[in-house]
Design a binder for this molecule. Sequence first.
Ligand code: TEU
Ligand code: CA
Length: 560
Amino acid sequence: MKKTWWKESVVYQIYPRSFKDSNGDGIGDLNGITEKLDYLKELGIDVIWLSPVYESPNDDNGYDISNYQGIMKEFGTMEDFDRMLARAHELGIRIVMDLVVNHTSDEHPWFVESRKSKDNPYRDYYIWKEGKDGREPNNWSSCFGGSAWKYDEATDMYFLHLFSPKQPDLNWENERVRRAVYEMMDWWCQKGIDGFRMDVISMISKDPAYPDGELKENGYGDYGPYVYNGPRVHEYLQEMNREVLSRYDLLTVGECAGVTVEEARRYANLDSRELNMVFQFEHMNLDGGETFKWNDRKIDLVELKQTLSKWQTQLHEKAWNSLYWCNHDQPRILSRLGNDGDAYREISAKMLATCLHMMQGTPYIYQGEELGMTNVPFSSLEDFRDIESINAYHEYVERGRITPEDMMRYLCCKSRDNARTPMQWNDEKNAGFTEGAPWIMVNPNYPKINAKEQLSRETSVFHYYQKLIRLRKEHEIIVYGNYTLLLPEDPALYVYTRELDGEKLLVVCNFSDQAKDFSLPEGFSPRKLTRLIGNYDRPAAEVRMELSPYETIVFLQASK
Ligand code: TEU
Ligand code: CA
């Protein structure tokens, strides 16, 4: 397989609003990030993915952009950005920008023009349709609740918004839209940025017939089949690749809601005609249900293994995987799949990290994951800031579909705000995030869980992540080796091997809070094994081992 830097990198995601506030207004900012670059250097990551920092009215925290070439005032200035980029580059850290071009803000000048009249030059930048019998053009629901169409009086027509009504969808059928997007991307590349994470890029091409979708329990239709991986999406990405991506040395990752393995082999093919890799959602959706993600179900380990293994083996030598447990849209993995109680918090955080980081693909760490940050004990709706959470509460509770008590519990399990509380830097006021009043509450566990404490202790989760990152640099097998799942039906153990040029890696993870027996699989012998990393003191391998709760170990077996 061809070796490239983005296959060998570890990416760290920063959600700027919650990372570090440098001026006391309670909102994280670019100068705050610059202050903390040394911290990231120490962790050892290669690339930062920066969630959006562009001008935005913040209906969806920056995922609603009103100027792609300007910096959001709360976050600083373009000079601050340039300084951050230069300092990152000095440290050998690359910066990947969030590219949100499925939609803009309704306050973007293109939309302001577009809604003025039917013959405005920007009219076709967006998706406008006539109503049907005095109703919306079709039954699609928006991702954040309600109809995906909004009526606009000025021209007596509806525009499409798959997310909030303040996020109108761009019309990618319009060549002028595509040109404008490519020019904007090129401008950032000229500035020296190192890649793009492309927001819901699998949704940019819609079925031109706009048919009604299958009715869901909320009374709206499912747009999925007519939007995900739509008819022209690969054509658009190949064009984008020719016009922009192929001219620079970039990391590109498409956030691909609704992507299947077959589609991913096209988006992220090793022939590099489109993107380097995609974010798939299958493993994150395993605890979903009839009321979307709003429940308190646990992910079943057997299903998780099946899903992740499918991606590992079916992309092998065809396309490239991304690896993630966390991002700004997901609750904290430690609370979701691990154990956030005192006894096993750090142990299970290390186990989850090992399970992910020993797989094939480019790993992504979300801010605070490396500290073992947990979900947040929100106690009332007023604690939430996220548009998705707040809308969902109203939608499900007011329809009488979910009781207020249950819905609060589900929000605590699943709300995106679990990931968005401030980064916990130290045990001082507001976890050292801000001198002022933070825009969202700080997790009250910060006196215990914070970067300062983690850095001071050799056995911490932070130092464990540091070691995982170092191992990836020292052993090609971790990057390029093939993957085989063992014990697929075991409900507690996740065991897999990697193999490259006769060398073998054995990765053992106990996902349960019980001790478990484990025998070395065929082809491995204790004498030949070196222990690369683990979360308990276990000096040597044995043919039979009793694994402790949440134990993980990685063994390397040399080729001869
Ligand atoms: O997320 C796309 C997406 O699919 C999410 O809406 C996801 O379904 C949801 O968060 C799960 O609960 C991207 C961004 O990552 C997200 O923050 C934005 O809100 C969204 O696009 C719109 O830009
Ligand atoms: Ca600030």
